[in-house]
Design a protein around this ligand. Structure first.
Ligand code: NAP
Length: 255
C-alpha cells in the first residue's frame, strides 16, 4: 500500500447486500471506495451518501459483469475519477463481490441460467481482474467472494457452486502470478447470510433460517456486516502474509 496517500478500494455489486456492507466497512477504515452497481443508480447513491454521512468518501460507477465489452470504458471512468477525486493513478484493493445464483435440479438448469451464472461469477470476475491488474498498486489486494457451498454442497446448487469453485481456483492461480508484485489474492467464502440473495430467503424465510441455524455451529445465519468485517481484515496489513487462501466466514456452517 502507498504510505501517506489515500488508500482506494473498488467493491463490485455494492449497491446492496454484502457489497454494500463491505463498502461501508472499508470507508470506516479511511479507505476511499469506488462502489459499483448494475441497475439502480439511486440505490448506489444512497450508499455513497451513507458513507459520506459517516465521514467517509465514496463514488459510484455502473458495471455490468455480463458485458465485457464495457470493461475498458468502466476502467477508464474509474481511473479518471479516482485521479480527480483522490489524486491516485491506481487502486489498492479490488473486491470481486458481485455475483448471482441460480438454484435448481440438474434437469432444470437452462443454457441461459448457465451462461448467466458462469458469465457473471467466473467470466466477469476473470476479465475484470484482467482489466484492473495493471492498475492495482504493488502490495495491493484482490479478494474474491465465493461461498461455503464450495465445501459443503447440497442438491440444486451445482452450477452456482461450480462457478464459485472456479473463482477460488482463479484466486490461487493469480496469487502466484501477481505475487512478485506483492499483490495478495484470496477468497472469502460466506455461509448463508441475510441479504436479497436467492430471493431474500436467508433473511425472510423463518423455516429456512431455523434449518440453517440448526446446521451452524454458532446457531444462526450471518449478517452482511460479519462478512464485510472479514473482507476488511483481509484487506488490512494484519493479514499481509496471507495469500492464495480460501477463508470461510460462515459461523461454522455444515461442519
Ligand atoms: N447472501 C448469501 O447467503 C451469500 C452466501 C455466500 C456467497 N454469497 C455471495 O456474495 C456475493 C454478494 O451476494 P449478496 O448476498 O450481497 O447478494 P445480493 O444482495 O443479491 O447482491 C448481489 C450484488 O451483485 C450485483 N450483480 C449481480 N449481477 C451482476 C452483474 N451481472 N454485473 C454487476 N453486478 C451484478 C447486484 O447488482 P444489482 O443490484 O444491480 O442486481 C448486487 O449489487 C455474491 O457473489 C454471492 O454469490 C452470498
Amino acid at each position: 500500500m502507498n504510505g501517506a496517500q489515500p488508500r482506494v478500494a473498488i467493491v463490485t455489486g455494492a449497491n446492496r447486500g454484502l457489497g454494500r456492507a463491505t463498502a461501508v466497512a472499508l470507508a470506516a477504515r479511511d479507505i476511499r471506495v469506488v462502489l459499483t452497481y448494475r441497475g439502480d443508480a439511486d440505490e448506489a447513491e444512497r450508499v455513497v451518501q451513507e458513507i459520506q454521512d459517516a465521514g467517509g468518501e465514496a463514488i459510484a460507477e455502473r458495471l455490468d459483469l455480463g458485458d465485457k465489452s464495457s470493461f475498458d470504458a468502466f476502467r477508464a471512468g474509474v481511473l479518471r475519477r479516482v485521479d480527480e477525486r483522490w489524486g491516485r493513478s491506481d487502486v489498492d484493493v479490488l473486491v470481486n463481490n458481485a455475483g448471482v445464483g441460480v438454484f435448481g435440479a440438474l434437469e432444470s438448469v437452462s443454457v441461459d441460467d448457465f451462461d448467466t451464472v458462469v458469465g457473471t461469477n467466473l467470466r466477469g470476475t476473470f476479465f475484470l481482474i484482467q482489466a484492473f491488474a495493471p492498475h492495482i498498486a504493488d502490495g495491493g489486494r484482490i479478494i474474491n467472494v465465493s461461498t461455503s457451498l464450495t465445501r459443503h454442497v447440497s442438491a440444486g446448487t451445482s452450477i452456482y457452486s461450480a462457478s464459485k469453485s472456479a473463482v477460488e481456483s482463479l484466486a490461487r492461480s493469480l496469487a502466484v502470478e501477481l505475487g512478485p508484485r506483492g499483490i495478495r489474492v484470496n477468497s472469502i467464502a460466506p455461509g448463508p447470510t441475510a441479504t436479497d440473495f436467492n430471493g431474500g430467503a436467508m433473511r425472510d424465510d423463518p423455516e429456512l433460517r431455523r434449518t440453517l441455524a440448526r446446521s451452524t455451529a454458532l446457531g444462526r445465519v450471518g449478517e452482511p456486516r460479519e462478512i464485510a468485517d472479514a473482507i476488511v481484515a483481509l484487506a488490512s496489513d494484519g493479514l499481509r502474509w496471507v495469500t492464495a487462501e480460501r477463508i470461510e466466514v460462515s459461523g461454522g456452517s455444515q461442519l
